[in-house]
Write a protein that binds this ligand. Structure first.
Ligand code: FES
Length: 87
């Protein structure tokens, strides 16, 4: 097979002020830790991003390539979101 490996799935974690108040920094950290623990670094990556203009739903996590938006995310949701993306 000569198919090229597909690009990594990018997860965007908003770190604007409202999302930061809702622990988005911790969400991103937990996601990175989970990816490392599960050796999923070739498949998925986590990037922090600026305000996604959905502050009322903070903390907001997006997966643009899947057209997914997760709202009111808590640090405890990090693993569940990653599993749902990778399953
Ligand atoms: S601060 Fe996250 S959507 Fe605005």
């Amino acid at each position: 097979m000569s198919e090229k490996k597909s690009k990594k799935i990018k997860i965007e974690v908003c770190t604007g002020s409202h999302c930061a108040e809702n622990k988005s920094g911790k969400i991103a950290k937990r996601m990175k830790e989970w990816i490392e623990e599960h050796g999923a670094g070739d498949t998925v990556c986590v990037k922090k991003c600026d305000c996604l203009k959905q502050c009322k739903k903070a903390a907001v996590v997006k997966v643009p390539s899947r057209d997914l938006t997760f709202e009111k995310v808590k640090p405890g949701d990090a693993a569940r979101i990653l599993k749902s993306i990778l399953s």
